[in-house]
Design a binder for this molecule. Structure first.
Ligand SMILES: [Zn+2]
Length: 91
């Protein structure tokens, strides 16, 4: 039995007896690379969110009232990641 479907990468018609999802190896590789890039992007977002969560936890621990002045070294000792900030209070 033969049936027609389209490549999920480029939309080209695939006529085959199998349940192939891609028309060619280049399309299969391209789709695989796109998925890998999406996974890397999602892992990076998770990593940044974890760093922000850790930073907030450190700030909450060192400044339970929500506002204080503290030396940078104390934040560094606790593992504060200065690459990721959501807000800076300038005086
Ligand atoms: Zn294709």
């Amino acid at each position: 039995m033969s049936y027609s479907r389209t490549c999920i990468q480029c939309g080209t018609a695939i006529v085959s007896r199998s349940d192939k999802r891609y028309c060619s190896n280049p399309c299969r590789h391209l789709a695989s690379n796109v998925i890998k890039q999406q996974n890397q992007h999602e892992r990076r977002i998770l990593s940044i969110n974890a760093a922000l969560r850790n930073n907030r936890s450190i700030l909450k621990q060192l400044s339970p009232q929500g506002k204080t002045t503290i030396l940078r070294q104390y934040l560094e000792l606790e593992g504060f990641d200065f690459r990721y900030l959501t807000q800076i209070y300038r005086t």
